[in-house]
Ligand binder design. Sequence first.
Ligand code: NAD
Ligand code: WQD
Length: 341
Amino acid sequence: MNILLAGGAGYIGSHTAVELLKAGHGVVIVDNYGNSSPEVIHRLEKLTGKNIPAYCADVRDEKAVSEILATHPIDCVIHFAGLKAVGESVRKPLEYYDNNINTTLTLLKCMKKAGVRNIVFSSSATVYGEENPIPYVETMKKGSCSNPYGWTKSMMEQILEDAAVADPELSVVLLRYFNPIGAHESGLIGEDPLGGPNNLMPYVAQVAVGRRDHLTIFGNDYPTPDGTCRRDYIHVVDLAVGHVKAVEFAASRKGTEVFNLGTGNPYSVLDIVAAFERNSGVSIRYEFGPRRAGDLPEFWANADKARRVLGWEASRDLDAMCRDTWNWQRNNPEGYRAPRG
Ligand code: NAD
Ligand code: WQD
């Protein structure tokens, strides 16, 4: 199949491109490089030995997206193109609603015009909100989100589901990611947060490489085994392989289906620090600070449905997640901005 990756130069999209190509599919990338770099495309070509058609365009631009779909015969779209910083979404809600909702609407309109029937969407565990018991199961009612970013995901899920009800030809797969970390084992691609990391693992990696002085752990008085929050961290390559399965599944049926992509195993912030130190040989300076607004004490996935229906299961453990993050970070201390000679 030929897959259009909207936001394909980003962290998860780039790893998915590699796994799709490895599985024998073709990929086309469209990205405005708002949170990524054209250098990603060069790295992907080096890594896969394939020529990757890539377009610099805003996915809200109907004319640009229609032209891409008219140029390439596309079987499925994967929609990664979103703004994703939780704190920023509280300060700039309109930008988040505009970007995230309108990219989705534009893709759906252009797909309809071009006769593309399948879409896989990057959703998030955040849609379970604050009320649901753990572990999260796909059959649970969505909850109330604690920030505009989360609401955009919840709304986009609804938009896609409604579109599939109205158009019986449409196949929608909603993938709810838990906490993706790690990098490709080659060290050529990885997570490169522009404007400073918001998430735990890139922060830890930047402390390790000397770009940050120390990590602040947000709260050590949670009702968890060691007092720090627990999350379901998943290797980004496992997540990418989940997309290959999802694309193949999308092409085989119609309507909407939702899958959690997680491991089902929670780790605490202190577990992550210890595992990173063990796998890098670098000690991570940290101090405890106050809780971060909106953080839940702990959540993880029930990952049974993806195993049963997609035949997918995460296979890389926490050591691999830390080893691959460190391999990427120490080979690219400044991310994509300072390409290796
Ligand atoms: P990312 O920022 O690295 O990738 C998103 C890509 O989309 C970037 O390359 C960015 O430049 C591009 N983009 C954004 N808006 C665009 C637009 N209007 N037009 C064209 N390109 C645009 O983020 P990621 O971590 O790879 O996440 C991918 C998707 O997965 C996002 O939708 C995100 O919300 C979702 N998600 C991420 C996580 C996570 O922890 N990383 C968890 C759950 C869900
Ligand atoms: C993990 C843990 C922090 C940074 C976010 C989004 C979620 C999804 C994934 C997109 C928490 C702690 C963090 C730091 C810390 N994204 N932490 N010091 O908050 O679980 O999920 O990313 O959909 O929607 O909310 O991930 O990596 O930010 O935090 O102590 O400097 O690390 O408190 O317990 P989170 P995270």
